[in-house]
Design a protein around this ligand. Structure first.
Ligand code: UD1
Ligand code: MN
Length: 464
């Protein structure tokens, strides 16, 4: 019986292989070059898409958001903000170009030539470069910047406008001598691959950033604060940058000061710790300061698109950190923009702007230097007792002292952050706000460190 059974199985197997072979041959013969070409194209397209998706999950969000936004726009009845701005500047706007236009768009910057030289490390001249396009609500941003500005000569506000939108330009010019307008002269269409059409906005933003930073740094400034037209600022915004400026200049392991906390939501921050600052391996952007040395380094390789994701790549970051506050000193109101929408509703709109004025310039901030900070911070984190997510969430932790929640894998990290309402994404393997893999936040009245193993070896680029 046995050999017969084996023979039967073998016969069925051979039959199956033969049939599969026939089907394959048939398909192969039927193949035509046109169809093959189209399949190849599709495969290629898919490959590129997969690669793209891996590169930035965030970007995919943005795409979904764009679609939702378009729908929203067609149904929205929300009125645009009124075309008036603060105080006594509601006069007829000045003529378009008071200074003769220069082909490179930089008219109006000449006046800074003398001024910047007077700055020194204790009283530097730091221009605030505002990126604008076609949002009339840039007035909200400018009103804040002017209202809280301690000295106009120390913090000249330069608005760089892309997009050539007349109404926005008129709005900016209505601020007269309070701001200087420069115009991104290259309004040519950017050619992108068909599949990247939806990302064109990111190409335009990157081109604008490249041009404006180059133009302003060319004036000789030592550093620049970068602001986007949909940001509100906290009362001590300038004081924060002024206070941290000397460390940025001195500590080569720092490459930016940012006013942003990615997890700066009510309930995740300690409202009483307005003076608390951190080092962060995650580049936060959104109201940030960079030095001319960094610009000189980045300028030759400035990217064509997605500048913020690009800057977070290891080749650019080179293991440098930013300073970021516990309480956010900027907040975005730009729900409608190049991306946003969903991301805005889910997250950004909950970011809480700090209200108290902290005299950072009078504080000793040397603890932020790497040589002091690393020991201090890592000790604090790894001396704190480990609790489970469950204990934390159910209020079973006895102490009010700082505690630690451990994570080892990407999946664990995602699960914990999702469950606590923290940002759960990574850029170039770095979790938002993380320093040495550690995310510090506040939960039910206590400090919590979400931390990897004490012998952590560095970020894993495949975590996304
Ligand atoms: C997001 C980021 C933003 C980053 C941008 C580029 C958040 C909340 N925002 O933009 O910090 O710079 O991705 O990757 O994460 N703009 C132009 N030209 C244009 C369109 C816009 O200069 O053609 C300017 C806007 O005026 C604004 C900035 O670019 O200052 C960002 O535009 P926005 O529409 O706010 O896009 P986000 O999705 O916020
Ligand atoms: Mn924005």
């Amino acid at each position: 019986m046995r050999p017969r059974k084996t023979f039967l199985i073998a016969a069925i197997l051979v039959g199956w292989i033969f049939t599969t072979y026939l089907i394959f041959i048939k398909n192969f013969k039927e193949s035509n070059p046109q169809r093959d070409q189209s399949i190849l194209q599709k495969v290629h397209y898919l490959e590129q898409n997969i690669h793209f998706a891996e590169e930035s999950r965030g970007r995919l969000y943005r795409e979904i958001i764009n679609i939702l936004q378009k729908e929203e726009k067609t149904t929205s009845t929300e009125a645009l903000p009124p075309v008036v701005n603060n105080v006594d500047l509601i006069e007829v706007p000045a003529p378009i170009a008071e200074t003769p236009p220069k082909p490179d768009g930089s008219s109006g910057l000449e006046k800074f030539q003398q001024k910047y030289i007077n700055g020194d490390v204790n009283s530097p001249i730091i221009p605030v470069l505002v990126f604008a396009c076609n949002r009339l609500s840039v007035n909200k941003c400018l009103d804040d910047l002017i209202r809280y500005r301690p000295r106009a000569d120390q913090f000249p506000i330069i608005v760089s406008q892309d997009c050539d939108d007349e109404a926005t330009r008129t709005m900016i010019l209505s601020y007269k001598e309070n701001v200087t307008l420069i115009r991104q002269p290259d309004q040519s269409d950017i050619t992108v691959l068909p599949k990247e059409k939806k990302y064109k906005g990111y190409y335009k933003i990157s081109r604008h950033y490249g041009w404006a930073l180059k133009t302003v740094f060319k004036q000789g400034f030592e550093s620049i604060i970068i602001v986007e037209d949909d940001l509100s600022i906290a009362p001590d915004f300038y004081e924060y940058f002024l206070g941290t400026y000397p460390i940025l200049k001195k500590d080569q392991s720092l490459w930016c000061i940012s006013a942003w906390n990615d997890n700066g939501k009510e309930g995740l921050i300690d409202g009483a710790a307005s003076e608390l600052l951190y080092r962060s391996d995650f580049f936060p952007g959104l109201g940030w300061m960079m030095t001319k040395e960094l610009w000189e380094e980045l300028e030759p390789k400035w990217p064509k698109a997605f500048w913020d994701d690009w800057i977070r790549q290891p080749e650019q970051r080179k293991e440098r950190a930013c300073i970021r506050p516990e309480l956010p000193r900027t907040r975005t109101f730009g729900k409608v923009g190049v991306s946003n929408g969903l991301f805005f509703d889910k997250h950004l709109k909950y970011i809480k702007l700090s209200e108290e004025f902290v005299s950072f310039t009078k504080m000793n901030l040397t603890y932020l230097h790497k040589s002091i900070y690393d020991d201090m911070f890592l000790n604090a984190v790894y001396q704190s007792p480990v609790v489970t997510l469950d204990e934390l969430k159910r209020g079973l932790v006895k102490t009010t002292d700082p505690v630690r929640v451990a994570y080892l894998t990407k999946e664990q990290y995602k699960r914990i952050t999702k469950s606590l309402g923290l940002m759960d994404d990574f850029k170039s393997g770095v979790p938002r706000t993380a320093y040495h893999g550690i995310v510090s936040f506040f939960y039910n009245g206590r400090r919590v460190y979400l931390a990897p193993n004490v012998n952590w070896k560095g970020y894993d680029l495949t975590w996304s």
